[in-house]
Design a protein around this ligand. Structure first.
Ligand code: ADP
Ligand code: MG
Length: 613
């Protein structure tokens, strides 16, 4: 090929500065240069495809649109060619000798803040081409514009202060970039390695990428298609690819949006929750793309942490341009994207819950921990998350669930609050004294079994204007219909005072007559704004039975035991005291709190001894 004179030109100062860093840093991920060059080639092809439909008189109109990679291990070169729009000589100078936009400045600033490990973000700052100099000691670029009158060009640089540019005859349309690889970068002339990198970063580029003669990218970027253009099988296939899964997903959400942001997303809920099964913390599973080119695998930015079980891809055209103007960490764009996608996904879950309650229950059984985590920690999405919560209740059959809305719909006309009760199991909750007043009034009580449930409900404090109240709280403002006659008032007062004194301040802060009990002689209650589940948790953590705060004890003065105790305390103070302690311990047991079994066993024998006389 005959070349005319090559002209030497200086890089713009900013480019020099950038190249200096790129060439001299130590990188962990320098293979990303290939992603950047493929992405440039794909952009050029995309533009070509667009121009072909709208213009006549195009150079090499019939060339297939594709990317070719040739490797030469002997010469230690990697050549990447595309049949895209190419560049004229002016465009070359403009595009690769200067930086028109603020990209390099932002990138330089970012590197100064974060260190060279962040070099792999180079593409997001709109200066990806220069990453070639991470692996090449010299770059030769041959290009021929699609404009029929333009001449072909040769551009050569070693990445130091300048480059040479001149005419090149006999080129077809498009761009070839020959990387003369550094000594220590010879693995980028190896077939297997290059194929692996292409598969990792560029599988979905919508033009064939050939390494040698083999087409390497095979999986289609179905998320950018219309829903009706994708069949079930393709979805399954893609899910297996993106989630590294062997089974089928539980749910699938495929959506696109134009406003407020352009988004194409394909999200999956897997069939199982491996975190729940004890496989350790689930890593985020959504990959971030810009126009089908991978920006970040398993991105921790694109969804909130509590959606880490979701798999799939999010693709937004707006991503790189905007990100180049700000630093990655506090990108307002990413936050906005995250908000929009999260809202959409939660709306989707809610729709599924309405449409297919059975399936939603399956989801809930496996993934509820994440929804609860969100409800407990993420104020932005709390309203939506609360709608997804499900509980067993006193009115459901075991294993059946209600939402807060269901509960609301079934409320009594004059009912003041939404009630819940925590306990280790349905049976344990129902065996205790706490439900008596609710049963007597036919009021539904939500059952919770985990501390996080209580935490979420406490935090929420009301739903649709109704207070949410723990059933073990004092001051319920509910009165049962009772069960027989109470002790006369003076006797009752005397008994309360005696119990308070006998049990002592450490155990009870107050003993009073109950309005809520029907079957049980006594009950332990939490002072307002606390719940028993907190005490239970503290006891579990500290393994200490004596560190619970004093409780309020309410007694049922219609109960035969209380009536008898009222008499006994004057006749046999010693036995009466033992009975009082036993009643207190029993109430603790009903509250799911620990007690000291050594004292209890001895005391029981003493009581038995008397009883058997
Ligand atoms: P960005 O791709 O974000 O614009 P780059 O540094 O990767 O930044 O590329 C700079 C510019 O060089 C591109 O915008 C494009 O105009 C031009 N360019 C790079 N590679 C090619 C190519 N293969 N074909 C045509 N133009 C290219
Ligand atoms: Mg680029």
């Amino acid at each position: 090929m005959s070349n005319s004179i090559q002209q030497t030109k200086e890089f713009q100062a900013e480019v020099k500065q950038l190249l200096d860093i790129v060439i001299n840093s130590l990188y962990t991920d320098r293979e990303i240069f290939l992603r950047e060059l493929v992405s440039n080639a794909a952009d050029a092809l995309e533009k070509m495809r667009y121009i072909t439909v709208s213009q006549e008189n195009i150079k090499d109109k019939d060339l297939p649109l594709e990317i070719n990679i040739e490797l030469d291990e002997k010469e230690n070169t990697l050549t990447i060619s595309d049949t895209g729009i190419g560049m004229t000589s002016d465009e070359l100078v403009q595009n690769l000798g200067t930086i028109a936009h603020s990209g390099s400045k932002a990138f330089l600033q970012h590197l100064a803040e974060g260190g060279s490990k962040d070099v792999n973000l180079i593409g997001q700052f709109g200066v990806g081409f220069y990453s070639a100099f991470m692996v090449a000691e010299k770059v030769t670029l041959l290009t021929r514009s699609y404009k029929s009158e333009a001449a072909g060009c040769r551009w050569v640089s070693e990445g130091t202060g300048n480059y040479s540019i001149g005419e090149e005859k006999g080129l077809n349309r498009g761009t070839s970039i020959i990387l003369h690889l550094k000594e220590d970068a010879n693995d980028f002339a190896q077939d297997d390695n290059v194929k692996r990198i292409i598969k990792q970063y560029s599988s979905f580029v919508p033009f064939p990428i050939k390494v040698g003669d083999e087409k390497v990218n095979t999986v289609e970027a179905i998320w950018t298609k219309n829903k009706n253009e994708v069949n079930e099988e393709e979805y399954q296939e893609f899910y297996k690819y993106v989630a590294n899964a062997f089974d089928e997903p539980m749910f699938r959400l495929h959506f696109s949006a134009d406003a407020p942001l352009s988004i194409n997303a394909l999200l999956f809920v897997p069939n199982d929750n491996f975190e729940r099964l004890g496989f350790g913390r689930t890593e985020p599973g959504v990959n971030l793309y810009c126009k089908k080119v991978l920006i970040q695998q398993q991105s921790e930015h694109i969804l909130p942490e509590w959606l880490r079980f979701v798999k799939g891809v999010v693709d937004s055209e707006e991503l790189p341009l905007n990100i180049s103007r700000e630093s990655m960490q506090d990108s307002a764009l990413i936050s906005k994207l995250r908000r929009v996608i999260t809202k959409r996904f939660l709306k989707f879950l809610n729709e599924q819950a309405q449409k297919e309650p059975e399936k939603y229950k399956e989801f809930w059984d496996k993934f509820s921990m994440f929804i609860k985590e969100g409800a407990a920690s993420d104020f932005t999405h709390r309203d939506q998350l609360v709608k997804l919560l499900r509980f067993e209740s006193s009115k459901t059959e075991p294993g059946k669930l209600v939402s807060l809305q269901d509960y609301l719909d079934g409320m009594k006309e004059d009912q003041q609050a939404i009630y819940f009760m925590n306990g280790p199991s349905r049976e344990a909750i129902e065996a205790g004294p706490y439900l008596e007043v609710f049963k007597s009034k036919d009021i539904e009580v939500i059952y919770t079994q985990e501390a996080v449930d209580d935490y979420v409900l406490k935090q929420l404090s009301e739903y649709e204007g109704k207070k949410i109240v723990s059933a073990d709280q004092e001051n319920l403002e509910l009165t049962s219909d009772g069960n027989g006659d109470n002790l006369p008032e003076d006797k009752a007062k005397e008994l309360s005072e005696w119990l308070k004194e006998t049990l002592g301040d450490e155990k009870v802060s107050e003993v009073r007559q109950s309005k809520r009990l029907v079957e049980s002689p006594a009950i332990i209650l939490s002072p307002e704004h606390t719940t028993m589940s907190m005490d239970r948790m503290m006891q579990m953590v500290n393994k200490d039975m004596n560190n619970i705060s004093p409780k309020i004890m309410e007694i049922n003065n219609a109960h035969p035991i209380m009536k008898k105790l009222s008499e006994l305390k004057d006749k046999d103070a010693e036995l009466a005291a033992k009975a009082a302690e036993q009643i207190y311990d029993n109430a603790l047991i009903s509250a799911g709190l620990l007690f000291d079994p050594r004292n209890m066993v001895g005391r029981m024998y003493e009581i038995l001894d008397k009883a058997l006389d």
